[in-house]
Design a protein around this ligand. Structure first.
Ligand code: NAP
Ligand code: MG
Length: 403
């Protein structure tokens, strides 16, 4: 059988530990037999990031801007222990943070649903995608402890030197204060990224803040979303038969629990941090969460939501059996191939992406799975297998679908 030909290269960002092992297995078993893979390869493994003084991360983000679609393996974000383990020159920054800042993107996280692997909330029959704003608020805060007898004020100094002041609190007894900010431009990018993604996925978009309490700060988010929707997206949403829906954050939480899923939930930075872990856990496993970074100018970077599965890697190095779940990493590749195929007009590549996902889900439906899924699974005769066996079973399934 002739391999599928590609036109534009995918930006391929290799990573660390067990996910690096999975990466190679996925390519060897599930991709290279079917696709004449055209990729521009960047090794974001920690050793190579250290050798290049992290230049490779910057280069990979620039390549993503140039070509438009990237697929990324999980990477180590160094801490003190990693500096020692890898003898690092510096505690390099999180590659995801660097790439996100360069692409000015919004991260969308969605669960992969498989019949028989049951979410903790039984009504959630369709995926809920969380879109998290990745700038500002409490993540760029300034905070202080305040002694008794102090008066705390918000002070804004204008370019001409004049000041606007607002009393925060007159402290009779000791307390705490916090200053947070956001920027209109960043909120606008966030709104456009969410609305573009909703159109791309043909799903409703929900957005929620606490504008009744935060009448200027949260209200600004609400207003910016509403203005951009009215001016730029209303007609497109109506034509696509989807809806933009704004409500208060507590109402959104209640509606979400009662819903069947199938929509995109845009969250402010902190809400997105909390809600994405809640949603991921309720759907079952981090190893079944996909993640895609979308920039306002339509650049896509696909990855798995989980980390490098460090504990499994140390077992693997010792030659002990592992049962790591490759599903989210496989879906990162299928997402990237589908997008590349759509952009370049290669229907065979889009079709292959669909079959890759079908083979993966089909294997689990047949009862073959990694250990993390077994606890949630009601498929009769389920069988927990090792990393290699799971991959091989998906490979056999894909072979049948591609024949
Ligand atoms: P992790 O890799 O997400 O794994 C935490 C635990 O979750 C694992 O020990 C495993 O549980 C389970 N797990 C996660 N993914 C799994 C999978 N695919 N298959 C089976 N089980 C899975 O988080 P971590 O071990 O705390 O972090 C390791 C490294 O990942 C860190 O250096 C961190 O910086 C990095 N990280 C990278 C990214 C990214 O690149 N996007 C994201 C998060 C973390 P059991 O051990 O109980 O089986
Ligand atoms: Mg978090």
């Amino acid at each position: 059988m002739a391999k599928i030909q590609m036109k534009t290269p995918l930006v391929e960002m290799d990573g660390d530990e067990m996910t690096r092992v999975l990466w190679k297995m996925i390519k060897d078993t599930l991709i290279l037999p079917y696709v004449d893979l055209k990729s521009e390869y960047y090794d974001l493994g920690l050793a190579h990031r250290n050798e290049t003084n992290d230049q490779v991360t910057v280069d990979s983000a620039n390549a993503t801007k140039k070509y438009g679609v990237a697929v990324k393996c999980a990477t180590i974000t160094p801490n003190a222990a990693r500096v020692e383990e890898y003898n690092l020159k510096e505690m390099w920054k999180s590659p995801n943070g660097t790439i996100r800042a360069m692409l000015d993107g919004t991260v969308f996280r969605a669960p992969i649903l498989v019949e028989g692997i049951n979410p903790y909330i039984p009504g959630w029959t369709k995926p809920i995608t969380i879109a998290r704003h990745a700038y500002g608020d409490v993540y760029k805060n300034t905070e202080m402890r305040v002694d008794a007898g102090c008066k705390a004020e918000l002070v804004v100094t204008h370019p001409d030197g004049t000041e606007t002041r607002e009393l925060i609190h007159d402290f009779k007894t000791p307390g705490i204060i916090q200053g947070v900010h956001n920027i209109d431009k960043s909120i606008e990018s966030f709104a456009r990224a969410c609305m573009n993604y909703a159109l791309d996925q043909k799903q409703d978009l929900w957005f929620a803040t606490k504008d009744t309490i935060s009448k200027k700060y949260d209200h600004r988010f609400k207003d910016i979303f509403a203005e951009i929707y009215e001016k730029e997206y209303k007609e497109k949403f109506e034509a696509a038969g989807i809806e933009y829906f704004y409500t208060l954050i507590d109402d959104a939480v209640a509606r979400t629990v009662r819903s069947n899923g199938g929509y995109i939930w845009a969250c402010k930075n902190y809400d997105g941090d909390v809600m994405s872990d809640m949603v991921a856990t309720a759907y079952g496993s981090l190893s079944m969460m996909t993640s895609v970074l979308v920039s306002p100018d339509g650049v896509y970077e696909y990855e798995a939501a989980h980390g490098t599965i460090q504990r499994h890697y140390y077992k693997y190095l010792k030659g002990e059996p592992t049962s790591s779940n490759p599903v989210a990493t496989i879906f990162a590749w299928s997402g990237a191939f589908r997008k590349r195929g759509e952009l370049d007009g290669i229907p065979e590549l889009v079709d292959y992406a669909g079959k890759l996902e079908k083979a993966t889900i089909g294997t689990i439906r047949d009862g073959i799975m990694s250990g993390d899924l077994a606890a949630l699974c009601t498929i009769p005769g389920k069988q927990v297998v090792g990393t290699e066996e799971f991959m091989a079973a998906i490979g056999r399934h894909l072979d049948e679908l591609m024949a």
